[in-house]
Design a protein around this ligand. Sequence first.
Ligand SMILES: *Cc1c(COP(=O)(O)O)cnc(C)c1O
Length: 378
Amino acid sequence: MTGPLAFIDLAEQRRQISAEIDAAIATVLDHGKYIMGPEVARLEAELCDFTGAAHTITCASGTDALVLALLAHGVGPGDAVIVPTFTFASTAEAVALLGATPVFADNEPVGFNVDPASIEAALVVAVAAGLRPVGIIPVDLFGLPADYPAIAEIARAHGLWMIADAAQSLGGATPEGRVGTLAEVTTTSFFPAKPLGCYGDGGAVFCQDEAFGAMVRSLRVHGQGSDKYDNVRIGINGRIDTLQAAILLVKLGIFTRETERRQVVARRYGELLDGVVVTPTVPDRSVSAWAQYTILVANRDEVAAQLREVGVPTAVYYPRPLHRQTAYRKFPTAQSMDASERAADEVLSLPMHPYLSATDQERVAEALCGAIADRARL
Ligand SMILES: *Cc1c(COP(=O)(O)O)cnc(C)c1O
């Protein structure tokens, strides 16, 4: 047997586009416009074409994208924003950073996205706590778009805005459209391990409304007004580097092909692991960006350890829901958080990237079947 597999293989992609990447970087070094160079506007135009969003505002990270979107909505103390508990910290962190209160909702009994019924329950809790609910941030966990039609109905009924945290789902879609257009405002991340990653930090806000887009653009550069030296609101320094924009332009060129390859990899895992573990499902006519391929398995930590021994890396996203983490324990939650707690105990993400071969997937499946059989014998 050969050496350990890669969990996410960025080296293979690098080999495929190295000449183009080197040329793109050289171009930026030659023109010298390191901040807001021409590649930034070009990337924003191409991301509008790719997603179908009316406006794209790139920024320094997926976290900054959330902060910018929340700032543009004027979120502050006394406001409650409903967020899933089973997500990366940024989703709730951005809310808390602005002095508002994240109120945690549980995820669906089957699947890892937020449960619309739990959003309703969290709203009741928020109001009872004397907070003013203003918005909902659904997360497209592991690449699968959340149930936007159901969540939008709740948002409409309560007069709330919605920000889609699509840090993991760029390239995904539902029958309603592509990720970037499924909510009035969407944020994403270009962290290297995300489906569309750069070689550092980066992110973007997508929106349909021109005035909202203009507000985010101003907030991205310290709240600047039409006169650069008259700042009209409090903002941040949230720009993406020109170098990262240039790198993303090259990677966007192969992104559709890569997303298709991820579908093939996911389908193959589904076939290999059917009946062995709980495999992820995608609703009819939806497309996951497959940021992660995450199964549910009992004795997860032992199984993961056994896989590591035979050179199969795995990861646990997430071992603790946010409402169980030190910084977030004090915030309110919906009454029942059982689904997220079960998920945290049993989730295991397998190697997933566009260049994963059938042979390597068979090796993962074989190791997994072996580990589960050994557990069963104990
Ligand atoms: C990665 C991630 C973010 C934050 O993105 P950064 O670019 O790392 O700041 C936010 N939300 C979710 C769900 C993520 O997975």
